[in-house]
Design a protein around this ligand. Structure first.
Ligand SMILES: Nc1nc2c(c(=O)[nH]1)N[C@H]1C(S)=C(S)[C@@H](COP(=O)(O)OP(=O)(O)OC[C@H]3O[C@@H](n4cnc5c(=O)[nH]c(N)nc54)[C@H](O)[C@@H]3O)O[C@H]1N2
Ligand SMILES: Nc1nc2c(c(=O)[nH]1)N[C@H]1C(S)=C(S)[C@@H](COP(=O)(O)OP(=O)(O)OC[C@H]3O[C@@H](n4cnc5c(=O)[nH]c(N)nc54)[C@H](O)[C@@H]3O)O[C@H]1N2
Ligand SMILES: [Mo]
Length: 755
């Protein structure tokens, strides 16, 4: 659309960087003379219908920020000295090419690790580069147990062959007006804080809750914090962090023992019901009340409300991935959907696959194989770090195990790790647990590259080359992980910043031309879009694409229609063809086939001796809407709304420790400490404190002393260990459950923000 002579408006999807998000919203971007002017929500887009988050609305301040990385840099002093020189893209890519070739020639491609952060669109090009180069070691670098979404995905794929999301009518252009859609009577929001983590995450943000509540849905919230959702809930279960597995079993017990389960669904579509029944019969609600801190009357009420609602949906969040045995916890939650028949039904939990299978960034083994072929994936598994040790890791999605990557960097066995390609990952400030251990390991490697939009603590400390990434409006990409399939395209530029896909495509072509037969990135997109009958250009023209009703990638009741299994038979993609309460895959992998609860590594019950000295439970990283992980600390509008690296304390807790609002607080755990500014709020439980993650102080200048932007003063991940991931490999990051004690920081020892 032409606004005036020089300004044009482009409709596209939004996905990091800028908003810093998991993507999916439709936006309108105005551009004048090749430069970004403004962003607005696209009211015609079915996803968010024009609503935008504050981070998207602040895109202009992100794009034009004076600290944006604008050209490639090379390190000119010692690692971590903070001395950099501008270089050309040719020199940057020549250096990367020759160093990566050296490492491959001397030690084998597997000696190079390709690390990403959360699911941004850069995930696709990172895997693409790793595999073209020949390294199986693609990972979510630093996050113990790959504890973000992958444990949830892995669990659901093993026990039911797919992932589900609450039905928000997201598959229908008419949304809630579609005649097949039903409003859930009850929504369970379990460890999910959509008002803060408002990023779409496949189900339309916090609007989902208000949209449904306006239509009569009642809300059950399972959360230690009395947040936005808990305060609006019909029933709030104030759980102790990390006790979710036990609560799920309690609800299962009530539903089975009170005969509230959906007999038809259970008989026809599930496997192992009797074993589940016997399993929950062996525990009492009193025990579960003690473990969870949730009164048993409320457990019973919640179970009844959820099971009697027709239909009911459940959303579940990342804290579950941090649970000690995350996969087992998630098995428990998913079992609740199956017991009540709320799978792929209107208004329940609907199975979600990428529209018509278009994949640029794979979320499942099936998608990895679709892109790279079974033979290649098998070959990669031979050397993939962690694949030999954890059958679930080997058999799901293709990540190298983050905890074992770190160990292998340190020990060099069974083979050495020599370099890190670090793209969309700020592990020193937020991604990694035990970030100093990561720093020690990575600083000893031969060659490290950081690709980012800003100079971060991570880039300062570990990079040899820093490459400037393009932001939203400056890059071509396709959002394929949810619905609909959105084009994202380049309409503006900022100096020499380049899109992740372009950087990785060019380097991959140099390192292995055979793996990159396309002339350019758009050629690759064209090939991947062929299944929806589009090219990248025609996708831009149509704006977005939704798969038609009746397709295997759209609801409902696909298990009845034979749309889920590769053999075309009715049922689910599992060994039994049913939802497995008793998982045959877990049994095969030597894991417990039934859902169960395990205590966090430190807890009032597991380590009472530690609890005596560290009597508070530290939750971290409860999301705030104005920031995405370690990003946006330098964006004025957003920082104004969340100005301090805070720790949330209940007024009673603050009183007990003599702390006033705004005081600096020392948090100490068994393995480290950090300072935070007190924010006193009644939403917290008196025994639980909450420290935001990802903090660094971009306005503090860096003098090369190894503490860039004061990160070591305030990073709470110094209190959280690596290497205690779940038995399956996935899950167990303990970001919500470490024990700690607090005290007021002595006068003169506060953290100042300036230089
Ligand atoms: N604005 C913004 N949005 C984001 C992100 C961001 O950084 N900023 N990050 C994105 C990413 S990668 C992720 S993984 C998601 C995460 O987003 P969510 O999955 O929503 O996770 P959190 O915000 O950590 O926590 C959700 C809720 O769980 C509660 N909680 C904490 N521990 C426990 C527990 O042990 N049990 C239970 N039942 N509840 C618990 C918290 O109090 C909180 O209210 O958000 C995504 N969206
Ligand atoms: N204590 C604690 N730690 C946590 C969590 C918690 O709840 N508590 N949450 C964990 C979770 S769930 C996750 S997913 C991780 C997230 O960890 P990450 O996803 O690694 O998040 P960041 O630390 O913000 O690092 C991302 C970096 O990438 C840059 N960036 C953003 N978009 C792009 C892009 O498109 N291209 C490029 N090249 N760069 C980009 C940003 O500027 C930033 O420096 O953190 C984990 N760490
Ligand atoms: Mo995450």
């Amino acid at each position: 659309m032409q606004v005036d002579e020089n300004t044009k408006v482009y409709k596209m999807g939004a996905w990091s960087p800028g908003p810093g998000c998991h993507g999916g919203c439709g936006v309108e971007i105005s551009v004048k003379d090749g430069k970004f002017v403004k962003i607005e929500g696209d009211v015609d887009h079915p996803y968010h219908e024009g609503r935008l988050c504050p981070r998207a609305l602040a895109l202009g301040q992100y794009i034009n920020h004076p600290d944006r990385l604008r050209w490639p840099l090379k390190r000119v002093g010692e690692r971590g000295s903070g001395k950099w020189a501008r270089i050309s893209w040719d020199e940057a890519l020549d250096t990367c090419e020759s160093k990566l070739r050296d490492i491959r020639d001397k030690y084998g491609a597997e000696s190079m690790v390709f690390g990403q952060g959360t699911g941004r669109d850069s995930g696709g090009p990172i895997l693409f580069l790793a595999y073209a180069y020949g390294s199986p070691n693609w990972t979510l670098f630093g996050l113990s147990g790959i504890a973000c979404f992958t444990p949830r995905l892995a669990a659901c794929f093993q026990v039911m062959g797919d992932m589900t999301f609450p039905d928000a009518a997201q598959f229908f252009p008419e949304r809630y007006d579609d005649p097949d859609w039903k409003c859930p009577e009850v929504i369970v929001s379990w460890a999910r804080n959509l008002q803060g983590s408002q990023c779409a995450d496949h189900y339309f943000s916090g609007h989902y809750v208000t949209d449904m509540m306006k239509r009569g849905a009642k809300l059950i919230v399972v959360d230690p914090v009395n947040g936005w959702e808990a305060s609006r809930a019909e029933l709030w279960l104030r759980i102790r962090p990390g006790a979710d597995g036990a609560l799920a079993l309690g609800m299962i017990k009530v539903i089975i023992e009170e005969n509230l389960y959906n007999k038809e669904f259970v008989d026809k579509w599930t496997f192992g019901f009797d074993k589940l029944k016997a399993h929950v019969a062996s525990m009492t609600l009193d025990e579960i009340e003690q473990i969870t801190w949730v009164p048993k009357e409320k457990i019973i009420l919640a179970a009844r409300m959820y099971a009697k609602a027709k239909p009911a949906s459940m959303r579940f969040g990342q804290p579950l991935d941090s649970n000690a045995e995350a996969v087992a916890t998630i098995h428990g939650l998913a079992s609740l959907w199956a017991l009540t028949g709320n799978i792929d039904n209107p208004g329940g939990n609907i199975i979600t696959r990428p529209p018509k299978g278009v994949t640029l960034y794979p979320y499942s083994t099936e998608e990895v194989i679709q892109l790279y072929g079974q033979e290649f994936v098998n070959k990669m598994n031979l050397k993939r770090i962690g694949a030999d040790q954890y059958p679930l890791v080997k058999n799901f999605r293709s990540w190298a195990m983050s905890d074992d990557v770190l160990k292998q960097m340190e020990t060099g066995t069974p083979y050495p790790v020599k370099g890190l390609w670090c793209q969309t990952n700020n592990f020193i400030a937020g991604t990694a647990q035990d970030p100093k251990r990561h720093w020690e390991a990575v600083r000893k490697l031969e060659f490290n590259v950081v690709v980012d939009t800003f100079m971060t603590p991570t880039a300062q400390l570990i990079a040899d080359i820093v490459l400037p990434a393009a932001a939203l409006s400056e890059k071509d990409s396709v959002f394929t992980t949810g619905v609909p399939c959105n084009p994202i395209y380049k309409v503006a530029t900022v100096d020499e910043a380049r899109p992740d896909w372009e950087i990785n495509f060019e380097l991959a072509k140099r390192l292995n031309p055979q793996a990159v037969p396309w002339a350019n990135v758009r050629g690759l997109f064209d090939q991947r879009l062929a299944v929806i009958g589009k090219t990248f250009e025609t996708l831009i023209d149509s704006g977005y694409v939704m798969a038609p009703k009746g397709d295997a990638t759209t609801p409902y009741n696909r298990h009845e229609k034979g749309l889920l299994r590769p053999d075309g038979q009715p049922g689910f993609r599992t060994p039994s063809g049913k939802f497995e309460f008793y998982s045959q895959k877990f049994e095969e992998y030597g894991l417990n086939p039934l859902p169960y609860h395990e205590e966090p590594i430190e807890s009032p019950f597991k380590t009472p001796e530690i609890y005596k000295d560290y009597p508070l439970i530290m939750m971290t990283g409860r999301r705030v809407g104005v920031m995405f992980h370690s990003e946006h600390r330098q964006i004025p509008w957003l920082r104004e709304l969340n100005p301090h690296p805070s720790i949330d304390l209940h007024p009673d807790t603050a009183k007990e420790y003599g702390i006033k609002d705004g005081d600096w607080v020392l948090i100490e755990g068994t393995m480290g400490k950090a300072k935070r500014r007190a924010k006193i709020t009644p939403i917290m439980h008196p025994k639980i404190v909450m420290a935001q993650h990802g903090w660094w102080i971009p306005e503090a200048t860096y003098n090369g002393d190894g503490n860039p932007y004061k990160v070591w003063d305030i990073n709470v991940n110094q209190l959280i260990p690596m290497g205690h991931n779940s038995k399956s490999g996935f899950g167990g990051a303990f970001t919500k459950t470490m024990l700690c004690r607090i005290s007021k920081v002595k006068e003169g020892e506060e953290v100042n923000y300036g230089s």
